[in-house]
Ligand binder design. Structure first.
Ligand SMILES: C[S@@+](CC[C@H](N)C(=O)[O-])C[C@H]1O[C@@H](n2cnc3c(N)ncnc32)[C@H](O)[C@@H]1O
Length: 188
């Protein structure tokens, strides 16, 4: 089974076109931001959000020169996504990526929560263009992770099927706490 991060990249690649605008809602070490910057190219835009300066610093340091110009770095809480993303972009966003949890190699107290994730995903739905996609990778092995995953399940289950298609990635039976990909597609 491919890693969940590769599964998410495959989904995003099938939707996003060069020149489009996308969001990395959890920039972290910058793996997804680099992927998105390469995908949208120099005419596109990536809004890369993270709560902690250390993450943004790491992500910026590892961004190749050819990706720098299309990334806008935002230090902030993704629960406030509607304020962080310029209003003219609302309804224009092709994709939003979430990779939940904490920054690998940093303080585990700075972590996504059921409350902030719920607010952020609801805001992401509001800024998405028709046909756009949200990918969310959730982890249950850390404190609060199971609660967050179940809040996310509740949110996804409550979405109108006439407005959104929901897909769940496979669960790796070899892992004790397998990470799980959820995909939300906004209907055209
Ligand atoms: C698993 S890491 C993300 C990994 C990243 N996507 C990558 O490719 O390297 C999760 C990140 O979410 C950030 N985070 C936690 N709560 C947040 C919030 N409320 N708003 C924005 N970022 C948050 C953490 O600081 C951490 O860097």
């Amino acid at each position: 089974m491919p890693p969940v991060t590769a599964q998410a990249h495959d989904v995003i690649r099938s939707v996003v076109r060069p020149g489009e605008t996308v969001i990395d809602a959890t920039a972290g070490n910058g793996h997804d931001t680099r992927f998105l910057a390469q995908l949208v190219g120099p005419r596109g835009r990536v809004y890369a959000i993270d709560l902690q300066p250390l993450a943004l610093q790491r992500a910026q340091e590892t961004m190749p020169a050819e990706g720098q110009s299309q990334v806008t770095w935002i230090e902030g809480d993704h629960a406030r996504l509607l304020e962080l993303i310029p209003e003219p972009q609302h309804g224009q966003i092709a994709a939003v990526m979430f990779n939940l949890g904490y920054l690998p190699g940093a303080h585990k107290a700075i972590v996504t929560t059921s409350v902030t994730t719920r607010a952020a995903v609801e805001a992401a739905l509001a800024v998405l263009r028709p046909g756009g996609v949200i990918t969310i990778i959730a982890y249950t092995g850390h404190a609060g992770g199971a609660e967050e995953a179940s809040a996310l399940d509740e949110l996804l289950t409550g979405l109108s099927p006439s407005m959104y298609d929901i897909e769940r990635g496979p669960i790796d039976p070899a892992k004790i706490h397998p990470p799980r990909l959820s995909v939300i597609r906004k209907c055209d």
